[in-house]
Design a protein around this ligand. Structure first.
Ligand code: NAD
Length: 279
């Protein structure tokens, strides 16, 4: 289906839909100033996931190359601490006025909630929460607290023997003491997802009649399975991405319909056209 056919088809599908599932990835937050990790210049080009996005790798890096961990943490925390929702997050929130919408996000930036969305499944957790791994108790962290950590990290960037100061600086986010171990409530590579959250995402995928996959390379599983669940249940699946994502496992189900371009441009126009006269 070419773009001139895909647009009216997507608008009509939204109008008819009873339940819309929107799966979002790093690309939806790119125009809020949070770089994606895999695109050119992304974090994974400089920091290998094995050493910086797994707990064993991170702990080894902390001991062997703490200054590199300082650079990595600045790279992850600073854009997220400063970001604001963009036109794509706001358009999804607008759609909730007229349709039942479930958002399943792989992002850890809380921007959907900051745009006003409430029905959000954070499949990979969020940087705005800290979890005590013994008790499972979760506490929240504000953008201001994240910004304070980033300021402290910038001071360390030019210093030597940073490990003790680094541990002190990131204490609100990561601490090991007699009281317990507190870590950011995010899923790193190799960690299982929260079962209840993944189940909620699978139920939404099997119940929706229309799904939009926005700004994700589809390389992180099991999130990437959700569109296959939706297709098998009969939903129409659309992809919003400037890059055409190659489909794996698409032989047995209907193909994905591509809306090629940036989420912050496509979503506001799509929602506006699909909800005219509805609000
Ligand atoms: P990814 O980096 O693998 O892929 C990003 C995708 O977004 C690419 O396909 C790219 O073509 C597309 N894209 C870039 N700019 C876009 C735009 N303006 N509009 C629409 N699409 C755009 O991201 P992923 O698939 O989400 O996987 C990365 C993992 O890293 C996720 O699990 C996520 O938890 C984490 N991550 C989160 C954030 C965040 O919270 N904002 C940022 C980076 C990475």
């Amino acid at each position: 289906m070419n773009q001139s056919e895909a647009w009216p088809f997507a608008i009509e599908t939204i109008k008819q839909a009873n339940h819309i599932l929107i799966l979002t990835g790093a690309g939806i937050s790119a125009s809020s100033g949070i770089p994606t990790f895999r695109d050119r210049g992304g974090l994974w080009n400089e920091f290998t996931p094995a050493r910086f996005a797994t707990w064993p790798g991170l702990l080894i890096s902390l001991v062997l190359t703490p200054k590199k961990v300082v650079q990595f943490l600045i790279g992850v925390l600073e854009p997220i601490a400063q970001a604001k929702p963009n036109a794509a997050h706001n358009a999804i929130h607008k759609l909730e006025d007229v349709k039942k919408v479930t958002i399943v996000t792989q992002n850890i930036d809380r921007l959907h909630q900051r745009a006003g969305s409430t029905n959000v499944v954070e499949l990979h957790g969020t940087l705005f929460e800290v979890i005590d791994i013994q008790s499972g108790q979760v506490s929240t962290l504000s953008a201001g607290e994240l910004q304070n950590i980033v300021q402290g990290l910038h001071k360390l960037a030019s210093q030597n023997y940073v490990l003790p100061k680094l541990l002190h600086t990131i204490q609100p986010l990561f601490s090991i003491s007699l009281k317990g171990i507190r870590i950011p409530n995010v899923i790193l590579f190799g960690q299982p997802l929260n079962t209840a959250l993944y189940e909620a995402a699978c139920i939404a995928a099997s119940e929706c009649d229309c799904m939009f996959v926005v700004g994700t390379s589809g390389t992180v599983f099991p999130a990437a399975n959700l569109k296959h669940i939706a297709k098998q249940a009969g939903a129409r699946v659309f992809e919003i991405n400037p890059t055409h994502i190659i489909e794996l496992n698409s032989t047995q189900t209907s193909t994905t319909i591509h809306l090629t371009g940036l989420a912050e441009q496509i979503l506001p126009e799509l929602v506006e056209k699909a909800t005219q006269n509805k609000r």
